[in-house]
Design a protein around this ligand. Structure first.
Ligand code: GDP
Ligand code: MG
Length: 165
């Protein structure tokens, strides 16, 4: 059976939301920064087994200064959330726990994956140390640039979504 699931990608400006989707959907990357305006919707089918697949509808929302400013209309019918921060910019994860509370309030009871992106810019040990000190829990450290762990992260979310009703 194929299930269609809406996934929204959230996180501060420039953390790599658009790049992660691009890497996952078309296996490409660009260093040029193009601000997302409005909302970009792309789709990718993830095969989970011979019978089961998830058609993931990825909603790349334009950046807002605060999470509260995200238009509720964009979030209607959301099945899953990916929250991205940039491991090379502490300002994007300093208030992670508070940010995640806001997300959980806006999109209650949905699977949520937390991704620390731009892994290629730092030493893994250093990153882990900093995140631990800041009490940051995450599901994956990725690089949209090299592709490191990108496929795995989206695949894991697909499994979570498939287990939902
Ligand atoms: P968004 O605002 O969250 O959608 O961020 P973008 O995907 O537009 O990326 C912002 C900038 O960071 C762009 O210049 C990207 O090329 C760069 N970028 C995104 N992901 C990575 C990554 O994994 N590694 C590196 N080195 N740069 C990245
Ligand atoms: Mg973007």
């Amino acid at each position: 059976m194929q299930k269609s699931k809406k996934v929204v990608i959230l996180g501060h400006f420039g953390v790599g939301k658009t790049s992660l989707i691009r890497r996952f959907v078309s296996d490409q990357f660009s260093d040029k920064y193009k601000v997302t305006i409005g909302v970009h919707i792309t789709k990718k089918v993830i095969e989970l087994s011979d019978e089961d697949s998830i058609s993931m509808i990825l909603w790349d929302l334009e950046g807002t200064d605060t999470l509260e400013q995200i238009r509720d209309a964009y979030l209607l019918g959301t099945h899953g959330v990916i929250f991205v921060f940039d491991i090379s910019r502490p300002s994007t994860f300093q208030h992670l726990n508070r940010d995640l509370e806001i997300v959980a309030k806006k999109i209650p009871q949905r699977p949520l994956l937390v991704i620390g992106n731009k892994k290629d810019l730092m030493q893994e040990e250093e990153v882990k140390h900093i995140l631990e000190q800041n009490d940051i829990s995450y599901n994956y450290l990725t690089s949209a640039k090299t592709g490191d762990s990108v496929e795995e992260a989206f695949h894991d979310l697909a499994i979570l979504l498939n287990d939902e009703a």
